[in-house]
Design a protein around this ligand. Structure first.
Ligand code: URA
Length: 425
């Protein structure tokens, strides 16, 4: 076979056979298919799509390019969760210990952030001492002992995705359903959980811009999971504004602690309790949202989070320390009204420029910097009232404020938002 023929076949809108997909994936991982041909192939997929059969073949061939985790040593139904990317998305930090506090084991591998999206692993690494790299044995033992572990994605897991995701990121081929579905599901299948909750984000700050696209991606992934015997549910969730109050690594850890203590904003707290309810249901533990919330209010979820931090080497004293930055710049509202738009992508990029995110993979992060919103969509503001605070170690200038203000839209009314737009199972 020749890569050029397979690229041409896809370019012309034809369906590739299983053996052609296998040849391409194996060739790419072994180096016989170079980056430039794989990126041409990814672009052909972007324009011509893939059939359900092709996506399924691509996913399973990708799984085979790395280690497959066997979690059978852990008792109970192991549940996993994955988000397709968000801004200010600290959900895993709360959801994993919350679900574990009900006795349902959570063994989760997470990734790093890139561009406008944040990564759970970067947030956890902002906790002094927290180790994100663990052997499979240590990972499994910890979940057996305390019920929860969140670690960085093993280098051995789905090698094809590691290579292909980096390539897609620099060739404008990330936001296409066949490649997102195979990327996410190959990792989830290889990671070995029995049940999977997929958070498919939609809106300005997400890869999927419309609910119809998000629904198609969600259904594709749910079908892939079910086809290999994993209970899979997807929720379509709103990413038109940043999630919760904070964007930035330590700032998000501090917000997660607030939520874990039952003192978070009502909207994100309710949203996370709903996700926890679904995850628990996947493990046959049926609870009301109110019963879930009690574990935030009575400290059980927080205790699990602290157990996890300690088990992975994190310093509990440092955990609660406020952020340490040179400047905190207040952003006043320019008029009186109701906040009607806070575009997630723009604020994700703004936080990235403060050092909270990476423009390219090799960038170092400044864990302390970021944004805390005092107001979110639907909140009323008076002219001059503080909408947000910017935490920076950089130079301060009037532009820092005006650049922020130009994205804050204030109106006299606002359309209502639903955090969970739809559930697909
Ligand atoms: N998240 C992933 O893991 N892969 C994608 O392709 C997009 C989002």
């Amino acid at each position: 076979m020749r890569a050029v023929d397979l690229i041409q076949k896809k370019r012309d809108g034809q369906e590739l056979t299983s053996s052609e997909i296998e040849w391409l994936v194996e060739g790419y991982v072994s180096g016989t298919v170079p980056d430039y041909q794989m990126s041409a192939f990814a672009m052909a997929v972007y324009f011509k799509g893939m059939t359900t059969r092709e996506i399924s073949d691509l996913t399973m061939k990708m799984v085979k390019t790395g280690q497959e985790f066997d979690l059978s040593a852990i008792d109970g139904v192991k549940v996993d969760k994955h988000s397709t990317g968000g801004v200010g998305d600290k959900v895993t930090l709360i959801l994993a210990p919350l679900v574990a506090s009900f006795g349902v084991p959570v063994a989760k591998m997470s990734g790093r952030g890139l561009g406008h999206t944040g990564g759970t692993i970067d947030k956890l690494e902002s906790i002094k001492g927290y180790q994100v790299e663990r052997s499979q044995e240590a990972f499994i033992n910890q979940v057996q002992d305390i019920g929860v572990s969140v670690i960085g994605q093993s280098d051995q897991l789905v090698k094809a995705d590691k290579l292909l995701y980096a390539l897609r990121d620099v060739t404008a081929t990330v936001d296409t359903i066949p490649l997102i579905a195979s990327s996410v599901m190959s990792k989830k299948i290889a990671a070995g959980a029995d049940a999977i909750l997929l958070d498919v984000t939609v809106g300005e700050g997400a890869f999927m811009k419309t609910v119809d696209e998000a629904r198609e991606l969600a259904q594709t992934m749910v079908d892939l999971g079910k086809a290999v015997g994993r209970k899979t549910v997807a929720v379509i969730t709103d990413m038109s504004q940043p999630l919760g109050r904070a964007i930035g690594n330590r700032l998000e850890i501090l917000e997660a602690l607030e939520i874990l203590q039952g003192q978070g904003r009502q909207d994100i707290t309710h949203f996370i309790c709903e996700l926890a309810q679904i995850m628990l249901g996947l493990a046959n533990v049926n609870k009301t949202v109110e019963e879930v919330r009690q574990h935030l209010e009575n400290g059980q979820a927080l205790a699990k989070f602290e157990d996890m931090v300690q088990a992975q080497g994190g310093d509990l004293k440092d955990l609660y320390r406020p952020v340490n930055v040179d400047h905190v710049v207040e952003i006043p509202a320019q008029e009186t009204g109701i906040i009607s738009a806070l575009p997630a992508m723009e604020f994700g990029l703004y936080a990235m420029r403060l050092g909270a995110g990476r423009a390219v993979k090799s960038d170092d992060l400044d864990y302390e910097t970021g944004i805390v919103f005092e107001k979110k969509i639907g909140d009323s503001v008076q002219k001059g009232e503080i909408v947000a605070k910017v935490y920076t170690n950089g130079k301060i200038s009037p532009q820092l404020v005006t650049d922020f203000q130009k994205y804050v839209k204030i109106n006299d009314r606002v359309k209502s938002l639903r955090e969970i737009i739809e559930i697909i199972s």
